[in-house]
Write a protein that binds this ligand. Structure first.
Ligand SMILES: [Zn+2]
Length: 312
């Protein structure tokens, strides 16, 4: 596949910084997601053809272990992710199994297609597969502006649910409102749990969606309705919060871990996006040779939406 765009993800910063314990070999090519054009296929390939516009699923699974055989390829015991355990997508071309290549919807840019394969896929599995968010429910999304939380907001709204979002930045809250957030909480001056309870008539939210970890965990647990679900896919502020076990069992809360998504979920997500006219938010685009400036923007935490790279 000839790559035409990739978008940056937080893990690119971890890999640049030494790998964060992820097994990899140097020299290593960064970049997890990507989209482009099929260059060459194996003889007998029936579903893909050279010249086709496509996007990538970045997870490579063995197809043989018990988890792959039950359809949970994202739990594969030999799972490898592009740009982490293997060379990634900040390159002119890449060779992957055909099952990892999906058609890009008509009218989509390559950057939009690239963005779907990690952030939106992660948010989809969190909200739909793990937390099973329903149209009549309320979800609280922490740290709006990052790729996964924005994807979560877009998917939750398209599902018909009510979305409350938090941020320390007023400008991000304003932009989240424009994307459909029903209620916003400025965490620089509001107590998140109190504000979430107030916004739900004292009831609490059905689902908490978060990837911040330690810094928000206590607020997240206190924001949940009895029997509510907390789904997490990250721990950027630390991974050892207090467990709050008494609250967990007395209020019968569920804590759900999630990471990435299966190839089947990416097919579902693509169909969902086309039905609802949902597209990833690309904030800024850099040329591949400006990758350091792009990584610096990601590192600053000021971005709202995805930082994309175009590849000639
Ligand atoms: Zn496997």
């Amino acid at each position: 596949m000839r790559l035409h765009a990739a978008t940056l993800n937080r893990v690119d910063l971890y890999m640049r910084g030494g790998g964060a314990g992820i097994t990899h070999q140097l020299p290593h090519i960064l970049g997890v997601d990507g989209a482009g054009v099929v260059d060459e296929v194996d003889a007998g390939e029936a579903l893909l053809a050279p010249g086709q516009r496509v996007l990538l699923h970045p997870g490579l699974s063995c197809g043989r272990c018990e988890f792959c055989l039950r359809g949970d390829d994202v739990l594969c015991t030999r799972y490898q992710i592009l740009g982490e355990q293997r060379d990634g997508t900040l390159a002119q071309s890449i060779s992957v199994p055909a099952r990892n290549v999906l058609p890009l919807p008509d009218g989509w840019s390559f950057a939009e297609g690239a963005a779907l394969g990690v952030n939106h896929l992660t948010a989809w599995r969190m909200l739909v597969t793990q937390a099973r968010l329903q149209p009549w429910e309320t979800v609280l999304i922490f740290g709006i502006g990052g790729g996964v939380s924005l994807a979560g907001l877009q998917i939750a709204k398209a599902l018909g649910a009510r979305a409350i979002v938090t941020s320390r930045h007023a400008d991000k809250l304003e932009r989240a409102r424009a994307l459909g957030a029903d209620h916003v909480i400025d965490s620089s001056r509001e107590d998140i749990a109190k504000a979430a309870l107030a916004a739900t008539g004292g009831r609490g939210v059905d689902v908490v969606f978060e990837n911040v970890g330690e810094a928000v965990w206590a607020h997240a647990m206190k924001s949940l309705v009895r029997g509510g679900r907390l789904v997490t896919c990250g721990a950027t502020s630390g991974d050892q919060p207090g467990a709050d076990l008494r609250r967990l069992f007395i209020r019968q809360l569920k804590v759900l871990g999630s990471t990435m998504g299966t190839v089947a979920e990416l097919h579902q997500l693509l169909a969902f996006c086309q039905r609802h006219g949902l597209r990833p938010v690309i904030e800024r685009t850099f040329a591949l040779h400006d990758v350091h400036a792009a990584l610096s923007l990601l590192e600053s935490g000021r971005q709202f939406g995805k930082t994309a790279l175009t590849i000639d």
